[in-house]
Design a protein around this ligand. Structure first.
Ligand SMILES: [Zn+2]
Length: 341
């Protein structure tokens, strides 16, 4: 939005007005320092209509989206097709801190029971927690200084010790170190990476290191994942601040790699790329995809020279024609099963 010198419009004083994003700023031709026309309709937030060019002072420069975050210094990026730019410093940005920490500890992520909104708020205010890595160095002594974390008397020794709530919370924090990579990945708050996406990613990259080492193209080529996610992941790991927090988590003993998982890319179909078209006799599309991926293969959505096999069922679509045109090997369900055997 735009910050304005206070002006009296239709009975109220207006100090800010809607100016959604970079596109709108460009479309309306508004520059910082301009005199602008503001419109207010009903109770909605006033809107900047456009500049009064006659009143434009000399030397006003066009507005440019800042390239670094004013809160944390991380890169500000705007992805193609997205209207809004965002700060990539997910793990360190103070403007996102409270929600991020809450999200990290939440049920769908690291599931640290007893670490609720209010406790997190207090931990931030005391200056003890700035990023999720700090959760793991909190002590019983610190917790007992928080609201609602009383000391209690040890029945055997008669001494005052941290209460049950503190002990349970410390245990919950400890337990969260062993979550699968997909949970950690969800908790990191990488843009466009929720639980479903995190799970797919962790099947292909069973460790944080493997994911960090992947290129946007590698990630985007996974079935069910797109370029937007690829870029978001690369942007996230590209920030030094985020990497520093990951190091902190690693040093604290947080589980960073799933063991016993065959990453996609190993197995009989290693490095083979498949495209599915038509209805298979017994397998659903999801089942066929899962079988191929479990065997190390990759499923993509369109036929190209890089496609090794087109798995075709009944009434195939244009992908079939494309495969014929390119001379790609076309197989059916039986042949797929033979390849898997
Ligand atoms: Zn930031």
């Amino acid at each position: 939005y735009a910050v304005l010198e206070p002006v009296y419009v239709g009975g109220v004083t207006v100090q800010s007005a809607t100016l959604h994003n970079q596109d709108e700023v460009a479309r309306k031709g508004v520059r910082p320092g301009d005199t602008v026309i503001v419109r207010r309709a009903g109770d909605v937030i006033p809107e900047v209509v456009g500049p009064v060019l006659a009143k434009r002072k000399k030397g006003l420069k066009a507005w440019k989206m800042p390239t670094t975050c004013r809160f944390c210094g991380s890169a500000i990026v705007r992805q193609e097709g997205e209207a809004v730019a965002y700060c990539t410093g997910a793990l360190i940005c103070p403007s996102q801190r409270r929600e991020r920490l809450f999200h990290f500890a939440g049920r769908g992520s690291m599931d640290i029971e007893g670490l609720g909104y209010q406790t997190i708020e207090e931990l931030i205010q005391k200056g003890w927690v700035q990023d999720p890595g700090d959760f793991y160095s909190l002590t019983a002594d610190q917790f007992t200084q928080l609201e609602g974390f009383a000391l209690e008397k040890d029945k055997r020794t008669g001494r005052m010790i941290p209460g049950k709530r503190t002990r349970n919370l410390l245990r919950a924090i400890e337990a969260s170190k062993d979550r699968p990579v997909a949970r950690l990945l969800t908790g990191l708050g990488v843009r466009n990476v929720g639980w479903t996406t995190a799970r797919i990613l962790s099947r292909h990259f069973p460790s944080i290191d493997a994911l960090q080492g992947a290129s946007a193209e590698d990630i985007a080529s996974i079935h069910g994942i797109g370029e937007v996610v690829g870029m978001s992941v690369v942007d996230f790991f590209g920030q030094k601040g985020n990497r520093a927090v990951l190091d902190k988590l690693r040093k604290a003993g947080v589980h960073m790699a799933d063991e016993g998982v065959t990453p996609v890319g190993e197995g009989p179909l290693r490095d083979k790329t498949f495209v599915l078209t038509g209805t298979l006799p017994t397998l659903s599309r999801e089942e066929a995809t899962a079988l191929i991926e479990q065997a190390g293969g990759k499923v993509t959505s369109s036929v190209s020279k890089k496609t090794d096999y087109v798995l075709a069922g009944e009434s195939p679509g244009s992908k079939y024609d494309k495969a014929v045109e390119l001379g790609t090997t076309i197989i059916g369900e039986d042949e797929l099963r033979a390849l898997l055997a």
